[in-house]
Design a protein around this ligand. Structure first.
Ligand SMILES: *Cc1c(COP(=O)(O)O)cnc(C)c1O
Length: 231
């Protein structure tokens, strides 16, 4: 079995190659190592390969893990899973970015708690591209209004979009979804909403990140390809 270091190196190589194919600068693409269900000792192995951005999808799990890894001061923790309003305060304390803002109400909650501690929380707006009932995210047709309204919140800073497209066994089939997310970000940039940056596109996971990079991903969220299958 490959080691975590070998896995990270393979993913890095594939990121460089995918960036090269699409004429992009690979250094502008961030690998978010998804550490959900992974024990702290194995996360340390990943950190020691030089990874600095880690993603967790549940506040409760992160609450146990993040303090145990607090000696690694350069690590940036990203929340990538649905956030309930009653966990927003904890999330603001734990995370450096919240990628999974899926409505105005949670954006307001995050903003309120960030204000209490004098912070501005960078966030991504999660879009439900496949209109899937089982998934979180702002439906496409509500996205523009939601971003416009959330842009007025002083203690959050909208940096871009995130999506988790429907699972496609063949990663090529996910391409239209990635392309769509890029187009939506482009359209929002053109609206020139004050305080909205729209420079980040978080899309692509272990099985389809190379396609996502070809379509403009600036962050790829990789779990299985680094740590192996989750049990
Ligand atoms: C688990 C998870 C990932 C990583 O998935 P892998 O297929 O293991 O790479 C990415 N994004 C989100 C939102 C996740 O929950």
């Amino acid at each position: 079995m490959a080691t975590i270091r070998e896995n990270v190196e393979r993913v890095r190589r594939e990121i460089r190659e995918a960036a090269g194919r699409s004429g992009r600068d690979w250094t502008a693409i961030k690998m978010v190592a998804v550490t959900k269900t992974v024990a702290a000792e194995r996360i340390v192995e990943a950190i020691e390969t030089g990874l600095t951005v880690l993603g967790e999808n549940r506040v409760q799990e992160a609450q146990e893990k993040i303090p145990r890894l607090s000696s690694y001061r350069d690590i940036r923790w990203h929340l990538i899973g649905h956030l309930q309003t009653n966990k927003a305060q904890k999330a603001v304390q734990l995370f450096h970015m919240i990628q999974s803002v899926d409505g105005l109400k949670i954006a307001e909650k995050i903003g309120r708690h960030a204000a209490e501690s004098g912070q501005v929380m960078p966030v991504l707006v999660e879009v439900n591209l496949g209109k899937e009932q089982t998934k979180h995210g702002v439906p496409e047709e509500e996205l523009m209004d939601m971003v416009r309204q959330a842009s007025g919140l002083r203690n959050i800073k909208i940096k871009g979009l995130m999506a988790l497209p429907p699972y496609c066994p063949n990663p090529e089939d996910a391409r239209p979804f990635f392309k769509r997310l890029r187009e939506l970000a482009h359209a929002i940039r053109h609206m020139e909403i004050p305080d909205v940056e729209m420079t980040e596109l978080s899309m692509g996971m272990s099985h389809d990140f190379t396609v996502a990079i070809e379509e403009g991903a600036t962050m790829v969220r990789i779990g299985t390809a680094i740590f192996g299958e989750r049990t």
